[in-house]
Write a protein that binds this ligand. Structure first.
Ligand code: GLU
Length: 407
């Protein structure tokens, strides 16, 4: 059998995503789980939710719940005001609120005859491939044991710069991780509108193919949670890329999930890609944070786009970020268009040295013989139309390389 030619994205020769037909991730926001004034658990909602999950489980669905609410509940227990609480107060609140939340889930789940497990995730668990797979294996083991995994970000140990920040994208990453078929995002509104729903003439959107059409109009956030409709759109895009369909709907007291599928109420459906790339490509391409970036000259950028080359040290114009070997870098052309994302062979210090002295042997610059390729072609995924492109980092964070020295 001949090996397919390299070129275009890695999707051509990587194994495809196999979507698990029976797997579903349900994400529930703080505004449904916590009473906004008293900051106490909304028992009635949690009862309805777990009752509905019990129904899905009985139908043979493997359900994973991504639950917010720990910070809001914890702030209530600490007597703090969500509107003014700072980062440390919220971290402490998460430590207080999370066991409270899980305790409520556990009591109610046991009434429905199943058990729950707590899975607290950090940004690194999603961005680092080894940790990503490790987390995946754990969740799958829990599902095999018939336990409902309840996922949240480990807010207590994560600070602003190194956190996911919203459970919409966290849930989408979990959906990618598990190759789930459906992602259900339950929120306080019935779905997506084509502009701020408070504006006159706002139209409900039933179906979304390209979430990029709605990013601008969805920039407001809810009072209790961290997300808003924009993070839901970003999440839906990640799910789409992995062949998973997202349903955004209001979290009702009765049949909050099954009511969507039986058509009892309206919802927004963000339709899955029918031909998703491999799970490795999807993991690599959909990022939650930018570890670093590289700008390459125009001609090499064109050759990268056509799949001919990777990122070579001599082609680098500037770079940003304090990254490590194995991190995913965003590659831009000189016009600021994002071309690709790929795994770097070098940390930022070494990459900078190689880019500044492409003409010198690496034995002299790095002290050992090394390749002049910063990102290998096979570890570089070219961005396609359906990917959400990122902006370049601010100018003050960028290091210019300067013209290669002539020696
Ligand atoms: N992880 C946060 C919490 O449990 C919620 C993040 C969000 O609202 O999306 O409270």
């Amino acid at each position: 059998m001949s090996r397919p030619a390299l070129g275009g994205s890695r999707k051509n020769f990587e194994e495809k995503v196999l979507v698990s037909q029976n797997r579903m991730v349900v994400k529930v926001g703080s505004s449904l789980l916590v009473n906004e004034e008293k900051l106490t658990p909304s028992y009635a909602f949690i009862h309805g939710l777990l009752g509905d999950i019990a129904t899905l489980r009985a139908e043979g669905k493997e359900v994973v719940l991504t639950s917010s609410g720990s910070v809001a509940l914890g702030l209530g227990m600490l007597g703090a005001d969500p509107a003014t609480a700072g980062v440390q107060e919220k971290q402490a609140a998460a430590a207080v609120g999370q066991p409270m939340l899980l305790n409520v889930y556990k009591q109610i789940a046991l009434e429905y005859g199943f058990d729950i497990a707590q899975v607290l995730i950090t940004l690194e668990d999603l961005e680092n491939r080894r940790r990503f797979l490790n987390t995946r294996n754990t969740i799958i083991r829990l599902l095999e044991r018939g336990i409902l995994p309840i996922v949240n970000e480990n807010d207590t140990v994560t600070t602003q710069e190194i956190r996911v920040g919203d459970n919409d994208r966290l849930a989408a990453k979990v959906a990618q991780m598990l190759q789930a078929q459906d992602l259900v995002i339950l929120t306080s509104i019935d779905g997506l509108y084509d502009r701020n729903p408070d504006e006159e003439g706002a139209q409900f959107v039933e179906k979304v193919d390209d979430v990029a059409d709605y990013l601008e109009v969805t920039k407001s956030t809810s009072s209790l949670g961290s997300g808003g409709m924009m993070t839901k759109m970003q999440a839906a895009n990640m799910a789409q890329n992995a062949g998973c369909t997202t349903y955004i709907a209001e979290g009702t007291l009765e049949r909050p999930v099954t009511g969507i599928f039986s058509g009892e109420r309206r919802y927004t459906e963000c339709v899955a890609q029918t031909d998703p790339a491999s799970s490795w490509s999807v993991w690599l391409t959909d990022r939650l944070a930018m570890a670093g970036s590289i700008v390459v000259r125009s001609n090499p950028a064109r050759d990268i786009r056509s799949g001919e080359i990777g990122v070579r040290a001599a082609d680098v114009v500037s770079m940003s970020g304090d990254f490590n070997k194995g991190d995913v870098l965003h590659v831009f052309d000189e016009d600021g268009h994002e071309v690709a994302r790929g795994l770097t062979n070098y940390g930022s210090q070494e990459a900078l040295i190689l880019a500044r002295h492409p003409d010198l042997p690496s034995k002299e610059t790095l002290g050992y013989a090394a390749s002049d390729v910063i990102i290998n072609r096979k570890n570089l995924i070219l961005l396609e139309e359906h990917h959400l492109h990122w902006d370049q980092p601010a100018e003050e964070d960028v290091l210019e390389i300067g013209e290669p020295s002539q020696s």
